[in-house]
Design a protein around this ligand. Structure first.
Ligand code: AMP
Ligand code: MG
Length: 285
């Protein structure tokens, strides 16, 4: 089945259009994918290998002056599967090709700076795939929901973020923004599993339940993000994520497509390959 499981390319099926309403999205749906979970896993294994090779080409290019990189921004409520994306999708790419950064509550040092400062510090070097587990969008999500700054302050941030992302893109970084959307029921089940399983308990915080009751306000805040920062330059993709296998495949497709678009080539060598082979053959140690 593999590729044929997609009836529409992921980047078309998952891009919110004008009039998109997050509240109307079915988190258990699988837009554009007609296969089952096994088909999706088979396809992920294929795309993962392609992703790894494309990143290696991009890295090789950067060694000879290439300036391109890719940034994957992952947003989503607690338990939406951001960590799983890192393990199961980014895991295909070799570690030195990836810069991963998780953004939590700003540290004292970070709070002394503009909110975009820590983001600018974490952008990927040429040749790398950067992964943000949460991002500058927290500054218009958790910050908005909890009134951590006045509305006039967070209200000005959407345009500021668009301008910031324009600079990032202009400097050679392709930006792929992904929001993983789960249902409240699915979150309940996943939080319950975190409580039940000793190997997952470390991820649980009692405060997660206090965030959970703010679900409608988060939905509103995410809606504003999609309405105001879904630019063609740095597009959002909204991914139904109740089915982990679908979300992982979808992100793999989006990221791989971003690299395909860059079409990274193995760099030409600056030496005479045949002459080097002759020299190697002639060496006696
Ligand atoms: P986790 O991703 O589960 O480790 O949690 C990280 C926490 O940091 C989440 O509750 C975020 O909402 C919070 N966080 C991330 N960025 C910010 C920010 N700029 N201001 C306040 N809280 C933040
Ligand atoms: Mg958490």
């Amino acid at each position: 089945m593999a590729k044929d499981g997609w009836t529409r390319p992921a980047r078309e099926a998952l891009r919110p259009d004008r009039g998109f309403r997050l509240a109307d999205l079915d988190p258990s749906s699988t837009p554009g994918w007609k296969g089952d979970s096994e088909d999706a896993e088979a396809r992920l294994a294929e795309v993962g290998l392609e992703l790894a090779e494309l990143q290696e080409r991009l890295f090789a290019q950067s060694r000879t002056g290439g300036s391109r990189s890719v940034l994957l921004v992952l947003q989503g409520m607690d338990t939406s599967g951001k960590g799983g994306i890192v393990r199961h999708v980014i895991g295909y790419v070799e570690p030195q090709g990836v810069t991963h950064r998780a953004f939590g509550v700003p540290t004292e040092q970070e709070r002394a700076h503009h909110y975009l400062w820590r983001i600018g510090q974490a952008l990927p070097e040429p040749g790398r795939i950067g992964v943000f587990d949460r991002s500058h969008y927290e500054d218009v999500l958790v910050v908005r929901v909890h009134d951590l700054v006045p509305p006039t302050v967070w209200g000005a941030r959407y345009e500021e973020i668009n301008d910031f992302e324009k600079d990032v893109v202009d400097s050679g970084t392709t930006v792929v923004k992904v929001a993983l959307v789960i249902s409240p029921d699915e979150q309940r089940a996943r939080l319950r599993e975190r409580l039940d399983r000793e190997d997952k308990r470390w991820k649980y915080k009692p405060g997660d339940l206090d965030e959970r009751v703010l679900w409608p306000r988060y939905t509103e805040a995410y809606q504003a993000v999609f309405d105001r920062t879904n630019t063609d330059r740095a597009p959002w993709f909204v991914i139904p994520a109740d089915r982990k296998w679908y979300a992982r495949l979808a992100v793999a497709e989006l990221l791989t497509q971003a690299l395909r678009d860059l079409d990274p080539r193995w760099p030409p060598v600056t030496f005479d390959v045949e002459a080097e082979k002759d020299r190697l053959d002639a060496q006696v140690l």
